[in-house]
Ligand binder design. Sequence first.
Ligand code: UFG
Length: 326
Amino acid sequence: MKVLVTGGAGYIGSITVEQLIKAGEEVIVFDNLYQGHRDAVHPDAIFIHGDLADKAAIEEAIATHKPDGIMHFASYTLVGESMEKPFMYLRDNIVNGLNLIESAVKHGVQRFILSSTANLFDQPERMPIDENERIVPGSPYGESKFILERYLHWMDRLYGMRYACLRYFNACGATEERGEDHDPETHLIPLVLQVALGQREKIVIFGDDYDTPDGTCVRDYIHVVDLAEAHILAMRALADGPSRRYNLGNGRGFSVKQVIETAREVTGHPIPAEVGPRRPGDPAILIASSETIMRELGWRPQYPDLRTIIETAWRWHRAHPDGYEK
Ligand code: UFG
């Protein structure tokens, strides 16, 4: 199988590329390196330094390499930032995604996987959240992903391009060689580990007055290798099966305080924490039900345990205290 991966130099994209190559697949990475890192791209992947805003560039990449499938990771991904920069998120995520989808249809690509998000579920009526939950995007970011999900629905209906939308809950963890390196970093686990590395004085907990057992937000943390595996299973299933949507998490929630406490145990560092105000746009609890992908594709997380997840991240951050070479 030949797979074109947009955003293959980014966190989840680069680790999915690593797993694809391990599984013996051929990979072409298309990335503008705006947020990604050249060093994160697996040496066995073909690398194209290109921007999805440049429609001719993505068309040429698809026409030249004729992939069997596309995995689309390249995107702005921060809920909070999207509340401050709605036009950037709504314009760039949607227009770039559409350039890619249109080129894929034009060149007869049969399979497409979209990185989607738990931010589709801002007001869940049931917890854990399954695929039948009502979609209420929680931010311009979530809305941009929902609109791309809808475009894919029409591409299947009109042109028979099959797709899978994978709605990630909180991606985290690392492999030996690849990990999380955002600039600026905003995610809880890498920030907590920066405190343990002595790069930051403390972690600020965004609110402790939520309606949760300890007052801090509860999230479903899922290891990035388990996410990568879900992409590979979904891509294979699309070869002879219908389009699909899956929520991806471990089905267990951990509070911000529990994450910090676990990181203290893993690192042996006291990790000072202080409570600050809530961050706009944060729902109190997000936990996924991944029963559907387990039942349909036999997906089983290899790293469901929070401690193991943090241990893998800690190993990578200790080995790469400054992240990838800039
Ligand atoms: N948090 C803190 N302090 C920090 C950073 C985070 O208390 O310094 C808290 C947040 O308030 C939240 C939790 O830690 O309750 C996790 O926050 P992250 O920023 O790590 O992750 P998010 O849940 O905000 O967002 C992630 C992805 C999004 C995706 C979303 C889906 O970054 O792309 O999960 O739920 F949309």
